[in-house]
Design a protein around this ligand. Sequence first.
Ligand code: AMP
Ligand code: MG
Length: 208
Amino acid sequence: MHTKVGKDLVQVKKLLENDDLVAIPTETVYGLAANALSDNALRKIFKTKNRPHHNPLIVHVPSIESVSSIVTSIPTAALTLLNSFSPGPITLLLPRNSQIPDIVTAGLPNVAIRIPAHPLALSLLSSLSFPLAAPSANLFGYISPTSPYHVQRQLNGLIPYILDGGNCTSGIESTIVGFDEDLPVVYRLGGISIEQLHQTIGEVRIHN
Ligand code: AMP
Ligand code: MG
């Protein structure tokens, strides 16, 4: 397979609608994106990355409204975090509705959701009728890529397209926050600090 590098959003949209994989830029790292509602497309992510199936994927959406369309409820603290830090490096674990396939969450009841702060990623997501599941665009066990060149070095010949959005501005992965009876629990520290979480939603528990 020939891997093209470019900025052609129309071609990228067609590939994703056809269940193909595309590497996309975000402000944190490049993601290996596929239709988050298509089992067929999602299986390609795990196969291409050699990623174990028990490792759930983060789903990317363009807006807070689109978060609502794939979950059954949003705790108040989650809404506060979305309003304060999205688009940005915050990922929320929220109860998924029946649209989200099991393979996305490794069978877990919650789905990880994030709104990436990259203009190209946001225009792509807004143009699609489905969200994108996107783990980092590296082979399992390797370093997450922060430029189209890094992606090419690992995935050349394995995917049809790398959407060129330049170098990632952050390079630090998203902070993951879940909720236990509506109380926030930090699952992974990243681009949003504990202090920033405290300032917006008060005390948070760290998952161990
Ligand atoms: P990444 O490989 O950077 O895309 O991050 C995916 C990580 O998010 C996983 O390895 C998990 O640690 C975390 N994650 C994703 N979905 C869930 C979920 N439903 N429940 C708990 N953790 C999750
Ligand atoms: Mg990763």
